[in-house]
Write a protein that binds this ligand. Sequence first.
Ligand SMILES: NC(=O)c1ccc[n+]([C@@H]2O[C@H](COP(=O)([O-])OP(=O)(O)OC[C@H]3O[C@@H](n4cnc5c(N)ncnc54)[C@H](O)[C@@H]3O)[C@@H](O)[C@H]2O)c1
Length: 270
Amino acid sequence: MIAIDLSGKAALVTGAARGIGRAIALRLAEAGADVAIADLDLSGAAEFGEQLSAASVEEEIRDLGRRATSFAGDLGISVNCDAFLAKSAVALGRIDILVNCAGGAIVPHDSGWGSAASDTDIEKIFAANYGSMAYCCRAAVPYMRQSKGGAIVNIASTAGYESQARGALAHYGAFKAAVINYARSLAAEVGHDGIRVNTVAPGIVMTARIAALAAARGIGTPDQAEATPLRRLGQADDIAKAVLFFASDLSGFVTGQCLAVNGGAPSLAC
Ligand SMILES: NC(=O)c1ccc[n+]([C@@H]2O[C@H](COP(=O)([O-])OP(=O)(O)OC[C@H]3O[C@@H](n4cnc5c(N)ncnc54)[C@H](O)[C@@H]3O)[C@@H](O)[C@H]2O)c1
């Protein structure tokens, strides 16, 4: 039987205080990895009522029998990414897996239009979704070279290859497209170091945050679930399981790829 065993590996997950990032951190820990997490707000789960099984995500990882460390900071600023990687390497002794999950369509819905978004909002979306990913990847590569290999998994979005209703979230979609494209280039650059780089593009995932915003934004409706081939919306753990595949040897001959995890809706460009 093939089992995913990440014992002895050190995994880093950004945006892991809640939602998809937290689900990924817990799945990696369950598979045996020691885990470092980073977030703007390490206690952010409370904002939308997401229930933890311990006092913090770091404690949840320890409860699974793994070593854990955490870093609080804005990863849209490159020195914070360098500091997160350095702190994690000291605490866990090595870096084998990096999952870049920090981000989201974090500006007010009406601030996302391609024709009207402010400089500040465009920069904020860039920093959270593309900057944090690129800065953490750049910082991770030297550590992975020391470990003679590694796996990087970046979380994009189906918005990275298709437009949204009436053109909403224009810059979010554009920067997620850049996340998908960046992985292809980095994979080609670092493949000979044994480092694989892949992307997961979630469709709608009913995290506590999305559930709270659903009514106002018209997302996560029964119609949307029914329009999906698998007739349901995503859960954070659906994304975590796809990340486990890319983080483990099961995908040992896969790099530079993007996998849509969206219940089966056609993906033309992923
Ligand atoms: N939920 C969905 O439907 C969905 C769909 C497609 C893609 N995604 C992507 O999945 C990822 C996780 O989304 P989620 O729904 O779990 O959101 P979430 O808001 O629940 O979690 C995102 C986490 O990232 C952190 N974060 C944001 N900007 C940051 C920054 N600059 N520095 C450090 N941390 C930062 C937040 O504090 C938060 O804890 C995001 O990249 C998002 O774009 C989500």
